[in-house]
Design a protein around this ligand. Sequence first.
Ligand code: NAD
Ligand code: ZN
Length: 253
Amino acid sequence: MTHKTNHKLHIGSNDRVFVLTGAGISAESGLATFRGSDGLWEGERVEDVASPRGWKRDPERVWRFYSLRRKAAAAAQPNPAHLALASAERRLGDRLFICTQNVDDLHERAGSRNVVHMHGELFQSCCDSCTLEPFADTRLYEIRADHLRCECGGRIRPNIVWFGEVPFYMELILEELGRCTVMLVVGTSGVVQPAASFVHWVNQRQQDSGSSVRTYYIGPEHPANASAFTHVYEGSAGELLPRLLGDQKQDKG
Ligand code: NAD
Ligand code: ZN
């Protein structure tokens, strides 16, 4: 079902909202998404810069790429979509949970607190060989990746979940998927797994338990998994989210 209405979503005092965001929510902040142009992301083939193989083959190239992403993200500002989610969290408290596929920090900078980055964080690094705790890192690496060594001898790499690696926080994400009553998916093409399956898991849960969950997609195009949602709102996140989440003072029940 495609909706083009102006109305606000009803979020009652017993609702729990699971939000999944993708690259599209940061598009209006000027950060490029990566579908669209034949799997290229900022001119690079995704497998060259966002896979363990690409890392093994050319760590310098990978660091150059992520340094540019750090630079772009640091210069970007949260847009009205990030701000609307942060403001909804202030009203709903921990009944609103954000799971983002994004590696930028725009949700946090908009004021969101209850956020997990299932694909890692741009401003963190870790070691590719040992269990060194990921650490905050805003540096731009222009130097040879050879020089970026951990004490164990491994290489320091971006703390990003690359293709073929296991997403972070899956246990917590599954728990939240298991108890949400509203699911809001924003700006993701519905192809990258496992995030693309979250809506199917929620639908399966509804079938199994008879619970009812409203599932909304928000973005300018239909995602690959569009038919799984109860509602699809076509438009940009920056325009639609503030409207859909609006001030919900009267939504007390
Ligand atoms: P994607 O690039 O595959 O798809 C982007 C989606 O956003 C598309 O469906 C598009 O229609 C939609 N979109 C474009 N403009 C929009 C707008 N103004 N409002 C709402 N939606 C809009 O993104 P994905 O599904 O998130 O998968 C990409 C992967 O790449 C993720 O795993 C992510 O980690 C990574 N990535 C992250 C960033 C970031 O952190 N900002 C940027 C690019 C890629
Ligand atoms: Zn190490």
